[in-house]
Design a protein around this ligand. Structure first.
Ligand code: NAD
Length: 488
């Protein structure tokens, strides 16, 4: 591994995300040698902590990771802390001095990575102050890694982006969408562009529809306060689902480089049909879970408004107006308290134009659709459903599965999304980050339905925990003569 020389400034260093994901990811990069002698992290937040206390906090968050003797302690020696209120300009001066010292001490050569892991209302303020108070270096690189959510609608996202742009250029900004760090989401491009037998069929001549399901078994848990103001449309569809869909829909990039991939994703999202309000009403379904299966109704969860109109489920039909996809619906759905926790993509191919096996005398002469399933998680792999002859006398067909699933040992070796994305940001590779243009198109698409839903009162609750959402999500496909491939 090549060492990345970097000085990381982490805003929100005492937060949940930092403790659960960020320190563990950095430790794994350290164990693999991507981070070594020339890195340091300056943690900041409102809490008053000494460097020692911060070191202990870091050690505590990595304690479950198997390590060599002394490795964790040596790693933690790269962590420093400075209490800081991000709204006070004078505090940045303290940070600046501390960073200058650390840069010298660890030989990080002016490479600065600023990571914002705190409430999004501060993102803009921090970015502006970083420049104003002189924390941006002219030696080495300056990069910004920023957590979700990126705005609440197009206007707020644009405002945030304008604020970030006062300090950082687009190619210095790394917007985290952790779905892009998942092994099988990254695999979409290998599957498509590495296999002529797949890519040759990847269009409206052979594909009937594509289905994307991000299903959660849990409810809102401790995030109720945040979730009740956000809902599934903003929390899952605008970002994760749109990013997955963009990779499924995009054209072949000139080369597998971040710039080339980005261009194609933007182009794909540009051809996504933005609905009129009445089209949006017809092509979106929202749901909220009721009590059942031994759990509370969403409205009775701690921290949720008892009259809440927030959706915990959303399904939609997306159409791309371009040469490749004209006429092919992309059906997407996501929700909480569904039957199981999994993410999968089902690509449903068209049936043969003529079914030569159709024979009124035979009983089961009904060819199934070929379906390519990409299992993202918890199992990872692909399956391809084909039709084959049923073994035995006579001639009938039946669907059979070709399957490739990653072994448990391969899965164990597979880095966590945050580890991968942290490494990409250190390397300056944008492939697995969302660009502003992609986010802007996604918001414009989502804003139409959000505006509608904010006005019209939903008839919630409308689905039982343990189901796959409201009946209307099945009707969305039934109306087109289709079904969800995954159903109970
Ligand atoms: P958190 O509330 O646990 O932590 C927030 C941090 O910000 C704390 O360290 C706090 O001290 C600090 N802070 C708050 N106000 C401050 C101020 N005025 N000045 C300085 N520091 C201040 O939040 P979190 O769950 O760690 O989330 C951080 C970011 O990551 C958010 O943008 C969130 O949306 C995103 N995110 C979190 C998760 C998760 O699993 N927790 C998942 C995805 C994205």
């Amino acid at each position: 591994a090549t060492e990345n020389k970097a000085l990381i400034t982490l805003f929100g260093a005492t937060g949940d995300l930092a403790k659960r994901k960020l320190y563990t990811s950095l430790f794994k990069l350290y164990q693999k040698g991507y981070l070594a002698d020339h890195f340091a992290l300056l943690g900041t937040s409102r809490h008053e902590l000494s460097d020692d206390e911060f070191e202990k906090m870091v050690l505590d968050s990595i304690k479950d990771i198997p390590a060599k003797d002394g490795e964790a302690e040596a790693f933690a020696k790269h962590f420093f802390y400075c209490a800081h209120d991000v709204t006070k300009p004078e505090h940045y001066v303290k940070l600046k001095d501390r960073l200058a010292e650390l840069d010298k001490q660890f030989g990080t050569e002016g490479n600065r990575l600023f990571y914002m892991s705190m409430a999004p209302q501060f993102f803009g303020t921090i970015a502006i102050n970083l420049k104003k108070q002189g924390l941006i270096t002219d030696k080495g690189y300056n990069r910004l890694v920023i957590e979700k959510p990126f705005g609440r609608d197009f206007d707020s996202a644009k405002k945030l982006n304008d604020e970030l742009s006062q300090t950082f250029e687009e190619n210095q900004i790394f917007r985290i969408d952790h779905y892009l760090g998942k092994e099988m989401v990254q695999n979409i491009q290998a599957l498509r562009f590495g296999n002529p037998i797949i890519e040759a069929l990847w269009n409206n001549r052979y594909i009937d529809n594509i289905q994307v399901t991000l299903s959660e078994k849990l409810g809102v848990e401790e995030r109720a306060g945040y979730y009740d103001k956000s809902g599934a449309l903003r929390d899952m569809l605008q970002n994760h689902i749109m990013q997955v869909v963009a990779q499924l829909a995009m054209e072949e990039p000139v080369a597998f480089t971040d710039d080339d991939v980005r261009v194609e994703k933007i182009k794909a999202l540009r051809s996504l049909r933005v609905y009129t309000p009445s089209e949006a009403a017809a092509n979106f379904v929202r749901g909220q879970y009721d009590a059942g299966n031994g759990t509370n109704a969403y409205r009775n969860e701690d921290g949720v408004d008892p009259e809440s109109g927030t959706e915990t489920f959303v399904a939609a039909k997306l159409m791309f107006d371009n040469y490749r996809w004209s006429g092919v619906p992309f059906y997407v759905r996501t929700g909480k308290k569904l039957a199981d926790k999994f993410t999968r993509i089902d690509v449903v191919f068209k049936k043969p134009l003529i079914d030569i096996f159709a024979n009124p005398d035979a009983k089961n002469q009904n060819l199934a659709s070929n379906v390519l399933t990409i299992y993202v998680e918890p199992k990872s792999g692909f399956a391809l459903q084909l039709n084959a002859k049923h073994v035995g006398q006579g001639y009938t067909t039946e669907p059979v599965d070709l399957q490739f699933l990653q072994s448990d040992s391969a899965k164990k070796e597979s880095p966590e999304p945050y580890e991968r994305l942290f490494h990409d940001a250190l390397e300056g590779n944008h492939t697995n980050f969302a660009s502003w243009a992609e986010i802007a198109y996604a918001w414009k698409f989502v804003d139409v339905i959000r505006n509608l839903w904010d006005i019209e009162k939903p008839s919630f609750p409308n689905y039982v925990p343990g189901s796959m959402g409201p009946a209307a999500a099945d009707e969305l496909l039934a109306r087109d003569g289709r079904k969800w491939v995954y159903r109970l």
